[in-house]
Write a protein that binds this ligand. Sequence first.
Ligand code: MSP
Length: 636
Amino acid sequence: MSASGRTFYLTTPIYYVNATPHLGHAYTTIIADAMARYRRLAGDRVWFLTGTDEHGDKIAQAAAKAGVAPQAYADRIAAVFRATWDRLGITYDDFIRTTEPRHQGIVQQILQKLWDAGEIYFGKYGGQYCFGCERFYTDKEIIDGKCPDHQTPLTYIEEENYFFKMSKYQEWLLREIESRPDLIRPERYRNEILGFLREPLQDLSISRPKSRLSWGIPLPFDDRFVTYVWFDALINYVSALGEVSGERYRTFWPHVQHLIGKDILKPHGVYWPCMLKAAGLPIYRHLNVHGYWGLGGGKMSKSIGNVVEALALTEKYGNDAFRYFIMREMTFGLDANFSEEALVARFNADLANDLGNLASRATTLIANFAKGTIPAPGPLTAAEEEIGTMWARVRGEVDAAMEEFAFQRALGAIWEFIGLLNRYIDGQQPWTLAKDAAKRGRLDAVLYTLGEALRCLGIILAPFLPEAARRIRGALDQTGDPHLADCEWGRLVPGTRAEKVTPLFPRVEDKAAAGLAPVGSPPREAGSDALATMDEFARLDLRVAQVIAADAVPKSRKLVKLTVSLGAEQRTIVAGIAEHYAPADLVGKKIVIVANLEPATLMGVESQGMLLAGSGGGRLAVLTLDRDLPPGARVQ
Ligand code: MSP
């Protein structure tokens, strides 16, 4: 039994392995992590699942493009996802991959069950198909003859396939959603699904002929076909818990909540509940849907360029700051805009000024005026009572907000409390009280209150800013795992040792933030280098180059020899990237080179230029283009 008596099972989407993780994936996974941490803090029994979606056209195509087998490709990208989540401190309990036997087995079991029950039939279907989405679109959904998601032309495909009798569940699903107002939330997404259900629901094609696509799970009753990727992927939420008769399934499934982005609302809001119903399994408790991050707008976001680079900002500003920003900036359910400028603004205002200063000031005051030991509080006044009362309210608000995944509201409430405390210090002026021995009791009341507030913040902030919260607790000698139940006001024991915290979030100077640090150089200290002139920059001839061939340089651990095309000419470039890239993975990539460098000879090979790459956190990344340009194009 858990301390709270509650059980909580939370899932993220399983991400496609045709691309490496980016800001969007990180957002979902980070907020899921904050939620899982919050529920654990509250004493719930928690299971937090994430993973990768590895079958289907997209993956087969990406693997073919990289010149490797789909499984090898999936292995590689799945490992990148895992490593990214580990680096971001994501506390997932399980990571499922759809190519694992434990998943494939359950998918086949469910398919067989539905086939035996007559829920699946063989039929013919012709329609407009989007290869990007791997699904057919109905006439109503098509916009200007194009896929509404990818804005690319659709292809008419006619083929025989197996169909799941989804239409038969339309009425049931409608009633289910109507009778459970918070099943799909926030409400705008519930309304969207209700909108879909106003139109007749089609049956769902759940197979793909192997002749067209072999990278999938074979249908157990006809191995000329593989399972349609959505039918395969959705089942991960069940298969990750093992057999339906098993302990883990029985413990967690009745409490399942999914967290997804709005792009995949329909499969989760329509297909999945119908599939579960047909298979005789209960549907989810809640489907929690968030909005989309966009880039652009603010001027600094131009320097971010794409969503992948946005994720790289975790290295520049730290995991805690990145988590805080994305949770505070985006109202759950709505879209938001990402920019480095906005991140830096929040970093300085909320983290460096409000929280960072509070922690430094409070611990410094306790160190200076109470020799680093929490004093017994003297007589309390209305000011202390206001803080205690507000704390109780904040706890309630955080709890209510977290029930609804409203991270921005939870943080807003905590920051109101932080604001009150900073004003309290200014108002009480403990440094003045310290000058008058008769006011010792008042001074002790203030110092105790500050210590207690910090102790409580060190607990409640743990899901949101794990590292900063740990440091706050450490400064107050609070060891062991934090528990929400311990942040009852007034539990801080006089006599507790307290030490000064070093600044939790040193201010970011605006100049340093005015652009990403040049790739390859160590993170820049504000104002530490002389500024480059435009003329100096203009002397560099940067060009787009396409890698035609890549080979390891014999006897060198680090060097790779690249043959690149600049359109009109070919060059040889020797680059020190062999520890980070297999030569074959570079072939075909469009990279950026400095084309007017003096040639240099490395391990006997002449290098006629230099490629641009960035590094940080032990990783190296070669700069590529986020949109196609011809080889030889100038980069400026
Ligand atoms: N494989 C499917 C999901 C199967 S779940 C049974 C898939 N994968 S995905 O790699 O494309 O990931 C989509 C998810 O990534 C979104 O639902 C969302 O969680 C996240 N995001 C991707 N881009 C995003 C933004 N720009 N903004 C916010 N989140 C987005 O779909």
